[in-house]
Design a protein around this ligand. Structure first.
Ligand code: CAA
Length: 284
């Protein structure tokens, strides 16, 4: 396998945009694809704004920002990702959506290219089995906000080969992030621990133990978390929180992972958190 020089990204939302941001700053050429030119433009504008924040706070030089932005280009269609050495899928946390993307994408890619998914919970082995390259398929799971969070989880599927794993490890090191290796079990390490905590916070609200503000203040000041669990749920997206809890519940067959009915209700209402303008807090 040749050196990784170009990163292809599927999905220009908060995760895909964040991955593009840190990859371009680390010197990679980045091709970013999403459904519709408007989404890609919005994604690239967000990256530019986030880098500008880093310049304003003295974390980045203006010239470094300019050079990094020049390394990011829009792929007007999936075929535009054909030149990538590593393609990272960062679409919705929905297995059917991801499978459809891989089915369209695989025939377009260089046979040697590595295909990675940023899934936060779904089985890497199962996703890999739907592609033409299970040995060159891996989970590279970033944390949100990607430019700030130091951790990346690397998850090998049963067929992932050593070259793919080593190349992915090298990519994470080049980003100046720390990789932890997780076995391929539902929700891996971070979300196996974090999401039941968030779900429990929602039960705490549902059962009237405390108000939204009381629960978040308690965990911020009582456990030194940077954000309260309900604010964090809004930040992650309540639809993503629900799908991770469903993966845990289905995959581990244990009632302790039952999604809180209030979480289900909020998602059904379209109250998906910050991105929807409303979740446990009102952002409108
Ligand atoms: N891009 C670049 N910089 C960003 C940024 C972004 N998207 N978001 C925040 N920042 C920077 C800010 O510019 C600021 O920089 P300075 O210190 O230089 O001013 C710094 O981060 C802190 O931001 P704020 O002052 O706005 O606010 P804050 O102090 O509350 O920090 C936070 C924000 C970093 C998000 C912090 O609240 C935090 O760490 N929250 C918890 C995040 C977390 O737990 N993430 C994991 C989510 S789970 C996950 O991602 C896994 C999954 O699969 C669901």
């Amino acid at each position: 396998m040749s050196k990784i020089e170009t990163i292809g990204i599927v999905g220009a939302g908060q995760m895909g945009g964040g991955i593009a941001h840190v990859s371009a700053l680390a010197g990679y050429k980045v091709l970013i694809y999403d459904v519709g030119a408007e989404r890609i433009e919005t994604g690239i504008a967000t990256i530019s704004g986030n880098m500008a924040r880093q310049v304003a706070s003295g974390k980045l030089e203006e010239q470094v920002r300019k050079d990094a932005m020049a390394r990011i280009s829009a792929a007007p269609d999936m075929a535009g990702l054909a030149g990538a050495d590593l393609v990272i899928e960062a679409a919705t946390e929905d297995e059917a959506v991801k499978r459809k993307i891989f089915a369209q994408l695989c025939p377009l890619l260089n046979p040697e290219a590595i295909l990675a998914t940023n899934t936060s919970s779904i089985s890497i082995t199962r996703l890999a089995s739907t592609t033409d390259r299970p040995e060159r398929f891996i989970g590279i799971h970033f944390m949100n906000p990607v430019p700030v969070m130091k951790l990346v989880e690397l998850v090998r599927g049963i067929a992932t080969d050593d070259r793919t794993f080593e190349a992915s490890k090298g990519y994470v090191a080049q980003l100046d992030k720390t990789a932890t290796v997780s076995e391929d079990f539902p929700a891996f390490i971070v979300n196996r621990i974090l999401l039941p905590m968030i779900n429990e916070a929602i039960y705490t609200l549902y059962e009237g133990v405390g108000s939204v503000e009381a629960i978040d203040t308690a965990m911020k000041l009582g456990a030194n978390h940077p954000m309260g669990p309900l604010q964090l749920a809004d930040f992650i997206g309540l639809d993503t929180c629900l799908s991770i809890m469903q993966v845990l519940h289905d995959g581990l067959s244990d009632s302790k992972y039952r999604p809180c009915p209030l979480l289900v209700k909020y998602v059904e209402a379209g109250w998906l958190g910050r991105k929807a303008g409303r979740g446990f807090y009102d952002y409108r």
